[in-house]
Design a protein around this ligand. Structure first.
Ligand SMILES: [Zn+2]
Ligand SMILES: [Zn+2]
Length: 599
């Protein structure tokens, strides 16, 4: 199924509702703070925001919204909505615009830019409020459902995201066509807070962040490291079966490598600064690709070597803006499920299809029911500037990807002018169990990098040819994917992923030796088990194991010691007594080996 014909969000009714709600919010804010200066107010995923400058207070501090302002503003917005004011569009000259917005410095800045770019300048007016805007909007304010929007939060935001410009006050809102959709959205947000990967990551001892180490550089605790190892084991099994080979590459390299790859200077802002040693400048790697290209080019290759699939869980470092860092989801150092597939043009479709099969296997395994791939294409205008100047190749590659996705029945959308410099890009969006969207991975079909690295192979005719390269990372990075999994499972990881699979709890001190012996026996079979010795009462131990969301607890007392059995409590609540140890081991091994999603 392809979603190609679905209307883009930017033209949808929902987008118009949210965009209009932003204008209505701005009108309401002016009623409360008549001197407020308005910045911008776009629709976003799930809602809208508007940025305001409330000026300075008597002490010279920048004024901020008060939490009580939000209910007042919502009420005022409902009054404006009830007025059913039409949204009236007009185009005006730059001079008229400057006159109209003479006391709105942020708008004046935008007007200057618009007039320089030669774009038309337009406004939308509802009631007494007129805003610089290109739309689109609903026909009148009454088309916003008064019971289906809500103002959500207040945040600081720099004008144009620039920390040297004024800090503005941003109000976030959400808006939906109907009340039920608002309710469902608020419910999802409440669930998301419960499942927040930062909160659970701390409680379940998966990762921490430390100030002295630096923002965006997580420390993986023993539990988190097990998650990483299990994912790597999974990838390894799948990739071994699919004919990949493994390589390892260093974390830094000389400037020359990145000049050749083009990361310098084009990507320099996102790289850590160079380090001088013995007259050479070294950089932390932002991507693994150039290293793999070097391995491909390290000896003469023939068509018999292709496809060559070089795989590495490789760690890369990118200098993300500190304001955008977020737990594991946006970090400065990450380890990617990376691979580069070098192949002849005739092999591209089959290779790309095999990559899609990997994705589908993972989606099924992790119970990811909803996903969409986005095919980002070139634009004619960008050829030679943003994109490699070879239109024939672009069209051919885009069509090849499109055909493979259609024949593989992958849901996808297409986006113009969003490709990578060296080829079309496929972004993979997945939805967690509670319906939140995550961008997990990007794949690329590359027909330019191999040329930069002078990569060649000898074809069947004995002629030197350039290989194509597919960049792929189905499991994304450990950071992003584990962040997703924590929310997706609410920390209740399937047994194969659970850092601690079994906790053995003695009823009294007299049973501690049996608990320890049993634990050793389980560990010898490869099960991740721990005995919980200590002076707390049994109930406290059970509670603690439940808080850690462990899949199995084994309770051992006199009876179990006498029979050589265990009492099993599953995370699901199911309890079973008098289970023979061998039977329990066999059961757990079966669940783990099959990577069963259930207990
Ligand atoms: Zn607008
Ligand atoms: Zn790559």
């Amino acid at each position: 199924m392809s979603d190609q014909n679905q209307q883009p969000y930017e033209l949808s009714d929902l987008y118009r509702i949210r965009h209009t709600a932003a204008h209505v919010l701005a009108q309401a804010v002016l009623a409360l703070y008549p001197a407020a200066k308005l910045a911008i107010g776009p629709p976003i995923d799930n809602g809208f925001y508007y940025d305001f400058d409330l000026g300075l207070d008597d002490d010279g501090r920048r004024r901020t919204f008060k939490p009580d302002d939000l209910p007042w503003l919502e009420k005022r917005m409902r009054q404006i909505i009830a007025g059913k004011h039409p949204l009236v569009y007009r185009e005006i000259s730059a001079a008229e615009a400057r006159q109209l917005f003479h006391d709105q410095p942020y708008k004046l800045e935008l007007i200057d830019e618009l007039s320089h770019s030669g774009e038309p300048i337009s406004t939308y007016r509802q009631d007494s409020f007129e805003d610089l805007c290109r739309g689109p909007h609903v026909a009148h304010t009454g088309q916003i459902a008064p019971d289906a929007f809500q103002l959500m939060s207040i945040a600081g935001a720099y004008w144009r995201g620039d920390e040297n410009r004024p800090m503005l006050q941003r109000i976030y809102g959400t808006a939906w066509p109907h009340k039920q959709e608002l309710k469902a959205h608020l419910h999802m947000l409440a669930e998301a807070r419960q499942r927040d990967h930062r909160k659970l990551g701390r409680e379940l001892e998966i990762f921490i962040l430390d100030d002295e180490i630096g923002p965006g550089l997580p420390l993986w605790l023993p539990n988190g490291n097990i998650l990483r190892e299990e994912l790597e084991r999974l990838a390894r099994e799948m990739e071994d079966a699919a004919g990949y080979v493994y390589v390892s590459t260093p974390h830094i390299a000389k400037e020359a490598l990145y000049l050749r790859s083009g990361h310098l200077p084009y990507y320099e802002d996102e790289m850590y600064a160079g380090m001088e040693r013995e007259g050479a400048t070294y950089y932390l790697k932002p991507m693994n690709c150039p290293f793999h290209h070097k391995i491909f080019g390290s000896k003469p290759r023939s068509y018999r070597d292709l496809p060559l699939r070089l795989s590495e869980y490789g760690t890369v470092y990118r200098y993300e803006q500190s304001g955008t860092l977020m737990g594991l989801l946006r970090v400065r150092g990450q380890t990617q499920n990376d691979a580069h597939i070098y192949c002849a043009e005739s092999q591209l479709a089959a290779e790309f299809s095999a990559v899609l099969a990997l994705y589908r296997h993972y989606f099924a395994l992790f119970g990811i029911d909803k996903y969409v791939m986005r095919l980002s294409k070139h634009s004619k205008a960008g050829l030679g500037k943003k994109y490699v100047d070879d239109e024939t190749m672009w069209l051919k590659m885009e069509d090849l990807i499109r055909q493979v996705m259609i024949s593989e029945n992958v849901p996808f959308v297409e986006a113009d002018d969003e490709a990578a410099f060296y080829g079309p890009k496929i972004d993979v969006q997945i939805w967690s169990a509670i319906g939140r969207e995550f961008s997990i991975a990007t794949n690329q079909v590359d027909f330019a990098q191999p040329a930069r690295f002078d990569l060649t192979f000898t074809n069947e005719q004995g002629v030197s040819e350039m290989p194509f390269c597919i960049h792929r990372a189905p499991l994304g990075s450990h950071e992003r994917f584990i962040g997703f999994l924590i929310e997706h499972y609410a920390g209740n990881f399937p047994v194969w992923l659970s850092p601690e699979q079994v906790r053995v709890i003695p009823i009294t001190d007299a049973h501690q030796a049996y608990a320890a012996e049993l634990t050793a026996q389980l560990r010898a079979t490869g099960i991740r088990a721990q005995a919980m010795v200590g002076s707390e009462r049994m109930n406290a131990k059970v509670r603690q194991a439940q808080q850690m969301k462990l899949p199995y607890m084994l309770i051992v007392g006199d009876q179990e010691m006498a029979d050589g059995t265990v009492s099993v409590r599953e995370r699901s609540g199911i309890q079973q007594q008098g289970v023979a140890v061998a039977a329990f081991v066999q059961h757990v091994k079966g669940v783990v080996d099959g990577r069963s999603p259930h207990l």
